[in-house]
Design a protein around this ligand. Structure first.
Ligand code: FES
Length: 57
């Protein structure tokens, strides 16, 4: 298990699937998966999510 968003417990595979399904911005991944919507308001996961978008879109 490779957690990206610790607050929401969202795994890397879920983010990658969202990006491959067309979520090509941080905001779209947020809406699609709830990653980045937790208590820390993405301070811990935004960079990692943006990196996954760059690598997988
Ligand atoms: S780790 Fe993602 S919102 Fe806090």
């Amino acid at each position: 298990m490779d957690l990206v968003c610790l607050c929401k417990g969202i795994e890397k595979d879920i983010i990658i699937k969202s990006v491959k399904d067309g979520a090509d911005t941080f905001e779209k991944v947020q809406l699609d998966t709830e990653a980045g919507t937790g208590y820390c308001r993405a301070s811990r996961c935004k960079c990692k999510i943006e990196e996954l978008i760059r690598e997988n879109k």
